[in-house]
Each structure stands twice: as C-alpha cells, then as structure tokens.
Design a protein around this ligand. Structure first.
Ligand code: Z3R
Length: 307
C-alpha cells in the first residue's frame, strides 16, 4: 500500500469546508443529508449536501470526481446550480444554490389545488431543464417531486441532475427509507438493460398528473405493484402497443390483462391539451414517447410560445 502523506495546514489556512457556515438540516436525500448553509465570503445561502460514500475509507473515486466536474459545467436557469465540489478528508460535499422548498413539501402543505397557469409554467420550466440536460447527454434517472425545487414567483428548478450516474441510485437511501418507484418508467420496471432519455419524460408525466391531482398517480409499494398500477390505467402492454415488450427480462406472459382507461377520467382537469400532452408522455414504447424538446412545442404551451 502506498503511504499517503498528510499535508500540515498553516494555522490560519481555512479548510475547504470553513468557507461555509452550516445552519439547520433541511432534508435527507437519496445520497445523504442536506443542510442549509451560508457562504461566508458572499453571505449567500446555499444547500450543502454531504454525500454518503459507499467505500468511505478509500476516498472519492476519480471517475466520480470527473462526473461531478462535468456536472458543474451544466448551467441553465431551470437547473439547480452545482456551485462547488468539496472533497476533504475522504468526505464529499456538494454545494448547490439554495431554493425555498421542494415540490413534495409544496404539494403536501398547499391547501388548494395549483392554479392551471402555475402548473403550465412549472411544466414548461421542467421541460426546458430536462431538454437542456438531454441535449448535453445527461439523464436524471430519478426525477420526483422531492428533487424539484420551488422558489418565489413561480420558479421551479431540477436538482440532482446527473448524480445517479456519478453515484448510482442506492437500493435504499442512507435513511433506510425505500427508494420511490412511483415515477419509474415501465422499461426500467421490466428490466431493460439499456434505457434512454425517455425515462425522464415518463417521470415528468407522472409529476404532471400529480400537480393536477395533488396525489401521486401510481404510488406502488413494490416493482410489481408499480407495474400493475400502470397497467390498470394504461392497459397491459402487448406487442402492438409496445413492440418487443415480451422480450424484456421481467415481462411475464402470465401478467393479468387490463384494458386501458381514458386519462381524462383520472386526471382532475378539463384542459384537453393538458390531457393530450400527458398521454404522449405516458406512452409505453420509449421510442414513441414524446421527447422533452417536442413536448415544449405542444399546443398546451401555445400561449407561452406565441407571447
Ligand atoms: C438540493 C439542492 C438545493 C436544495 C435542496 C436540494 N433542497 C432544498 S434547497 C430545500 C428543501 C426544502 S427547503 C430547501 S424543504 O423544506 O421543502 N424539504
């Protein structure tokens, strides 16, 4: 084993973490605990995420550091900015721009349904952020209301884009809570070994429905429960609806057969353009599913595009 040399810091040199003053804990995410903090030099608020590493004594793998460095260069108004990556004493901290709340907390704490205009404006921003990441070759893989962050004046941003590739999504978050399956695309649930950016569009569709209903569309408690909830709404997939579905590793010919329901009977809106866009996001066949970029050009957004 190579001997690691300990560098002695001069007495007044700040450690990288001393740039920030930790305030209260604001959440427990998939990869570790999140603190509200202040960047001392600028006085600005940040969110400091302490990442739980699988092999803590071995330090942060160079591949992870390279992935994170690439993520730092993703800059878009609809993406939570990764400001700093701190790799100190075999521990990893990520500093993000601060936002007021996450969408799950906002949904749970709101007494009233969201205004249709707010839903439209949130969806437009989410799709702008998702299409920007997809154009830069980055997937999210775990989009859910907890990692959509809301600010004032109708601002919403995507957090944790690309982290699933840097760290891989653990079976259980470090809190031992179960990882939610509610936004997971059917191709992942059926064991596809390769997937595409279409998995994020599926998740955005589930979130779109949740904004109208103020409850999750398909709150499954296991992979099979999640799949059957989807099948009960969209119908059991077959080769006509989804060519090659029967070849996916976890497809079973014995799946019960359900007929599709009309989406308008389960989504609390009478906006037919919203239903039409949702139906295009919740298409089984990943290739036929609308892309984030095409979704931005859907007539549901006509007022925004023609203003
Ligand atoms: C990642 C990056 C920035 C922030 C994150 C996560 N969570 C934030 S800001 C947050 C969440 C709340 S308040 C601030 S909560 O109270 O709604 N859970």
């Amino acid at each position: 084993m190579e001997k690691t040399e300990r560098i002695q810091l001069p007495p007044n040199t700040k450690t990288p973490l001393e740039k920030y003053r930790k305030l209260q804990k604001i959440g427990e995410g998939t990869y570790g605990v999140v603190f509200k903090a202040i960047e001392i030099e600028t006085g600005r608020l940040i969110a400091l995420k302490k990442i739980r590493l699988e092999q803590e004594d071995e330090g942060v793998p160079p591949t992870t550091l390279r992935e994170l460095s690439a993520l730092k260069s993703l800059r878009h108004p609809c993406i939570v900015n990764l400001l700093d990556v701190i790799n100190y004493k075999n521990k990893l901290y990520l500093a993000f721009e601060f936002m007021n709340a996450d969408l799950r907390t906002a949904i749970v704490s709101s007494k009233y349904p969201f205004e249709p205009d707010i839903i439209k404006c949130y969806m437009f921003q989410l799709l702008l952020g998702v299409s920007y990441c997809h154009m830069n070759g980055v997937f999210h893989r775990d989009l859910k209301p907890q990692n959509l962050l809301v600010g004032s004046e109708g601002i919403i941003k995507l957090a944790d884009f690309g982290l699933a590739r840097a760290f891989s999504i653990p079976m259980r978050p470090y809190t031992h809570e179960v990882v939610t399956l509610w936004y997971r695309a059917p191709e992942i649930l059926l064991g596809a070994d390769e997937y595409t950016t279409a998995i994020d569009v599926w998740s955005v569709g589930c979130i779109f429905a949740e904004l109208f209903n103020r409850k999750p569309l398909w709150p499954g408690d296991s992979e099979i429960d999640e799949l059957f909830r989807i099948f009960r709404t969209l119908g059991t997939p077959n080769e006509e609806l989804w060519p090659e579905v029967t070849k996916l590793p976890d497809y079973q010919a014995t799946f019960p057969i359900w007929a599709p329901k009309k989406l308008e009977t389960i989504i609390e809106t009478d906006d037919l353009q919203a239903i039409d866009l949702l139906s295009k996001m919740l298409v089984y066949h990943p290739v036929r599913r609308i892309t984030a970029e095409a979704a931005l050009r859907h007539p549901y957004f006509e007022e925004i595009l023609n203003s």
